[in-house]
Structures are given as structure tokens and as C-alpha cells.
Design a protein around this ligand. Structure first.
Ligand SMILES: Nc1nc2c(ncn2[C@@H]2O[C@H](COP(=O)(O)OP(=O)(O)OP(=O)(O)O)[C@@H](O)[C@H]2O)c(=O)[nH]1
Length: 581
């Protein structure tokens, strides 16, 4: 789990496609042959120089290709490795090592030149992380002996991964080039984690988003922590290893959270148990390591064994139920399958089951994140389409409702101008139409107003009752309407009083119409409930513009005066306004 780069032969084309910067070339020399090892720890001379660096006990040293895990460990926690450095032309040379299990001292001939970790009096010390190392060398190192004193109570002992001679600028370029892709992937995963985490807080499918969020966070943190450039950002190797462990251990928890709701009872219970087991291990292992009970390094092999078991179990469990899942869910499982495969390969390299090579674990994380993003984008497009459809339906509904509302408003408006008993227009309508006709008459034209009032209506009501009075009002209104022109506007002013606006009519024309109406009234026999109601008469007052008034608005008052005169003169008659009245 300590290596994240690419097995170049397999993945180089893919990586070049995504991350061309990774392919920058470096010239360097791998020290992967010519080593010797010796089990145990060297005694020291009085000045502290290890005896094994100065004595010539050649038989005690054994040849080994790479300074790691020599045969016959037999419970040994100490080993020494040495090599005679080759000649070469270097400018500011360094020795790059990735990495050391677990702590070590380096000597050039007898001179101590580097130390990783602290050795106590017994030559032991705690795990302080798995960083890469860069050891400065003098330019004349050719032919000199480089030796490592190593302590490890871990499964591996010695140097690990790569041991390479190079110039310092090339070393920096290599670190940056190797890290660029991982930094991008890590940022991508962390961004996805942030988005999924936010959705988990507000969305209904909380567990799904929590699973995606945790998985992305775990991958992002793990990749960032294992990226070689992280050590340049913050030289705290143990902290980075804790973060890498936390991310690594949390991966199966995240995927378990995501997968659990996709399956039914029994299967989902098994998935829950698996992720809970991993969560338990995460808390226990990191808790014990942080509290100093165990070394963080010792938690990795146990987790690797746990994951190597739980991964096949998980895939075996879900394999038979894939048909029930939809395409998106299968895509997520396929992406996780690829990621899991890379994790297992990386694990195999870390435990020496496969030769040293860089496994593109970050590519697995990228694939998973891209699958999630692709699914999210698809959902976004579908939601957008639904929204557009919904919007159109909504607009249609709003248009329908607006039309209904307008119709209602028109109806209400009509009602507000109508007298409900007689069906004639009411006083409000009269006021508006009269104002309009008066203005129009003022611009040139005649206008006549006729006021009509039923005679002794109070008495009538008293005699026949209010309902009979209503029937007479309705019949009278109809009769009035029948005796005037289309252009005339008949309104009920209130009570038993009516008015007729006659645009363009003279007083004479109005008088003739009124006389015909009065004659009809006299002949009209009113009925109510089958009962004859006797005669009802009308009194009328007429005033005309410009004959009787300088201003048309005067007509209301003048017609009213004429009506008063008609009443006064005995009712059942019509009077035209005369100035003397
Ligand atoms: N049935 C009925 N009666 C109404 C209505 N509106 C007003 N009235 C009655 O009409 C009568 C009007 O009486 P008055 O103003 O004294 O006039 P009148 O009795 O007709 O006397 P003159 O106008 O002088 O001939 C009152 O008794 C009102 O109650 C209505 O909508 N229906």
C-alpha cells in the first residue's frame, strides 16, 4: 500500500493520455545489484564507529540483489546492507530511496551520513513513517562503501521499492512529475467528497450520498497522503502515514454504505456486517496506534489480510444479484471492482508476492469518481428535461387558470354593474355611462335624460307585500326597456326609481317614447302568484341638452325637478323640464 505510481509497461499509454506530465524522463542509476547483507547488529568501537564497517570479516557478508528481506531472518530485527558505489559523473548527487522498513542509519565508509528514526541503546526504535528518503552524497563517492544499519520488527526489513542514484534537480523533477497525476486525482476525489457530503446533509438518499462522500474522501486523503509530493508540502511522514491508513481503512466502509441499500434484507445485512467490521478495525487499529499501544506499521498487514478476505466475500455475495441492479449501479460496482483489483495488486507488491512495481491505485480512484460524475451528469440532464417538461405543464396550467380568472373577473365586473332584481344596469353603470355621454355631448350633440318613478309604491308594497312589489319592479323594468331604442341605456337608480340615457335624442323624441310607455303601463295588468295586482303607474321627468342646460351634467338635477313636478301635478304623467319649474 506504500506505492501509487504506474506499472509503466501496462498503463503508460493510459497515463500519458490523462497525465502527460508524468512521462518526463530522468537519467539515474538504479542500485538493484551488487549488495551484500549481514544479519544482526554491529558492535561499536570506543568512538562509536560500528565494528562491521572497519573489520575485514568478508565471509560474514552474503550477496543479495536488492537490500531487502534477506533469506533466513529467523526472528532477527537487525540487518546490515552494504554496496560499493559505482563511478560516475554527477552534479550534486543524491541517493533516493523509497522507502525503508523501518528505521535506519547510513554510512559512507565509516562516516554517518543519514539517519531515519531514533535508535535506543539496544539499537531499536519506534516506527516513524514510510517516507521517501534523499541522502546527499559527495561527488567523489565512486568506489566508496555505502552501508545501512536497519532495525525492523515489521514483516519486511531493509530498503524497499527503489534505491536510485541521481542528480538533485532530477530528483525534484521526478517527485513532482510522479505526483502531479495523483494530486489532480486526489483533488478531484476530495471535491466529489465535498459535494456528496453536502447532498448527504440535505438529500433524501442520505446513506447513498454518505457512502459516496466517505469513499471519495477516503480515496482522496489516501492518494494525497501517499503522493510523494506530500512530503515536500509537510515533512511529517508519520502524519501522512496515519492519513494514508485512515483513508485506506475507510474505503470498504464507504463502499459498504453505498452498496447496502441496493440489496434486499439478507444480503444488505451481510454488507452491513462487512462495513461495520472494517469500521471497527479502523477505529481499533488507529486508536491503538495513536495511543502508543502498537506501531501503526503493524496495522497494515492485518488490514491487508482483512481486505483480501472481505473483498472476495463482498463480490461473491453480490455477484448473483447483479441482474436486479440498474445500469448505473452496475457501473459503480464495475468501477469499484477495478479499484479493488488495483488495491489487491498493490497489496501483493507491498508484501513481496509480486515484484516491485508501481500500481496505479489512483487510476482506480479516478475511474470510480468518473463513474459517479458520469451518473450524476446523466441525472442532471434527466432532471433538466423533467424540469423543462414540468415548466411547460406549469405554464400551460397558469395560462388556463389566468383565462378562467379573467372570465371570472369579467363576470364579476358584469355583476357589479347589474341590478340583480331587474337585470337592468345599476347606478354605478349609469354614473360611468352618463359621464361618458355627457362628455361626448359636450363635444357636440344632443343628450336627453328621462327619470322614471313608480307612483305610490310604498302603498303598493304595503297592500300586496314586498314580493309582489319585486314582481312589479321586474315587469316595469322590462316594459321600460321595450319602449326605448337600442342606443338608449336603461338603469335602475335604486328603489322604485329608473333612469334612461338617450344619446342624440331630443326632449320631444323622449317625450313620445315616454308617453307610449305610460300608455302601456296603464294597460298592463300585473300578476303575482296568480293574483291580479291592480294598476301601477309611472311618473316621468325629462331634461335635454343643450335645450335645457348649458352643461350635460346638469341634466340629472333638471330631470329630477321635472319628475318632481310630474308627481306634484298628479302622477301617471310625464313632464319636460321648463325653466319656470
Ligand atoms: N318590493 C320592493 N320595494 C322596494 C324596493 N326598493 C324600494 N322599495 C320600496 O319603495 C317604496 C318607495 O316609497 P316612497 O319613496 O315613499 O315613494 P312612493 O310610495 O312610491 O311615493 P311616490 O314616489 O311619492 O309616489 C318604499 O316603501 C320602499 O320600501 C325593492 O327592491 N322591492
Amino acid at each position: 500500500m506504500r506505492c501509487l505510481d504506474l506499472p509503466l509497461r501496462l498503463f503508460a499509454p493510459l497515463v500519458l493520455l490523462f497525465f502527460p506530465v508524468v512521462a518526463a524522463a530522468t537519467s539515474s542509476l538504479d542500485l538493484d545489484s551488487g549488495w551484500e547483507y549481514r544479519w544482526g547488529d554491529s558492535p561499536t568501537l570506543e568512538d562509536g564507529t560500528p565494528v562491521w564497517l572497519v573489520t575485514d570479516d568478508e565471509a560474514a557478508w552474503q550477496a543479495i540483489d536488492f537490500p531487502s528481506n534477506p533469506p533466513g531472518r529467523d526472528g532477527n530485527h537487525h540487518a546490515w546492507f552494504r554496496i560499493t558505489l559505482p563511478d560516475g559523473e554527477w552534479r550534486d548527487p543524491v541517493l533516493y530511496i523509497y522507502s525503508i522498513d523501518l528505521i535506519a542509519q547510513a554510512f559512507l565508509d565509516t562516516e554517518p551520513i543519514y539517519q531515519h528514526g531514533n535508535f535506543d541503546a539496544r539499537g531499536q526504535g519506534p516506527f516513524i513513517g514510510w517516507p521517501w528518503h534523499v541522502i546527499s552524497l559527495p561527488e567523489d563517492f565512486g568506489g566508496r562503501q555505502l552501508a545501512f544499519r536497519v532495525y525492523s520488527n515489521y514483516t519486511d526489513i531493509g530498503l524497499w521499492g527503489e534505491v536510485r542514484l541521481m542528480d538533485r534537480p532530477e530528483f525534484f523533477a521526478m517527485i513532482l512529475n510522479r505526483s502531479a497525476a495523483d494530486l489532480v486525482v486526489s483533488a478531484f476525489c476530495l471535491l466529489l467528497a465535498l459535494l456528496a457530503g453536502s447532498f448527504a446533509l440535505i438529500h433524501q438518499r442520505r446513506q447513498t450520498f454518505a457512502g459516496i462522500g466517505l469513499f471519495s474522501l477516503a480515496s482522496g486523503v489516501m492518494i494525497l497522503a501517499e503522493t510523494q509530493a506530500s512530503q515536500l508540502l509537510l515533512a511529517t511522514p508519520l502524519l501522512w502515514d496515519y492519513l494514508a491508513a485512515a483513508g485506506y481503512y475507510a474505503l470498504p466502509v464507504g463502499i459498504g454504505l453505498l452498496l447496502e441499500p441496493w440489496f434486499t434484507n439478507r444480503l444488505s445485512r451481510w454488507i452491513r456486517r462487512l462495513w461495520q467490521l472494517h469500521l471497527g478495525y479502523l477505529v481499533l487499529a488507529l486508536g491503538l496506534a495513536l495511543s502508543g499501544v502498537i506501531n501503526l506499521s503493524s496495522t497494515f498487514p492485518v488490514f491487508d489480510a482483512l481486505l483480501a478476505t472481505s473483498l472476495p466475500v463482498l463480490f461473491a455475495l453480490i455477484a448473483g444479484h447483479l441482474k436486479r441492479l440498474n445500469g448505473e449501479q452496475r457501473l459503480v460496482i464495475a468501477a469499484y471492482g477495478l479499484f479493488a483489483l488495483l488495491l489487491l495488486l498493490d497489496m501483493a507488491v507491498a508484501h513481496g508476492l509480486l515484484p516491485w512495481q508501481r500500481i496505479p491505485v489512483s487510476l482506480g480512484a479516478l475511474g470510480f469518481s468518473l463513474a459517479i460524475v458520469a451518473i450524476s451528469l446523466r441525472h442532471y440532464v434527466l432532471t433538466q428535461r423533467e424540469l423543462i417538461g414540468l415548466n411547460q405543464r406549469l405554464e400551460q396550467q397558469v395560462a388556463d387558470r389566468t383565462r378562467d380568472l379573467q372570465h371570472m373577473v369579467e363576470q364579476l365586473r358584469a355583476f357589479s354593474y347589474q341590478d340583480p332584481l331587474t337585470g337592468l344596469k345599476n347606478r354605478r353603470h349609469f354614473d360611468e355611462v352618463f359621464a361618458h355621454e355627457a362628455a361626448s355631448a359636450r363635444r357636440g350633440g344632443a343628450l336627453t335624460l328621462v327619470m322614471l318613478d313608480i307612483d305610490h309604491f310604498k302603498h303598493f308594497n304595503d297592500l300586496y307585500g314586498h314580493d309582489a312589489g319585486d314582481a312589479v319592479l321586474t315587469a316595469t323594468a322590462r316594459l321600460i326597456g321595450e319602449h326605448f331604442r337600442e342606443a338608449d341605456v336603461v338603469c335602475r337608480l335604486g328603489g322604485e326609481e329608473f333612469v334612461v340615457i338617450m344619446p342624440g335624442a331630443t326632449a320631444q323624441q323622449a317625450s313620445e317614447a315616454v308617453e307610449r310607455l305610460l300608455a302601456s303601463m296603464r294597460e298592463q295588468s300585473f300578476l303575482h302568484g296568480g293574483e291580479a295586482l291592480g294598476c301601477v303607474s309611472l311618473s316621468c321627468g325629462i331634461a335635454s341638452y343643450p335645450t335645457h342646460a348649458d352643461d350635460p351634467t346638469e341634466l340629472v338635477r333638471l330631470a329630477d325637478m321635472a319628475l318632481y313636478r310630474a308627481k306634484h301635478c298628479g302622477r301617471d304623467r310625464s313632464e319636460t323640464y321648463a325653466p319656470s319649474t
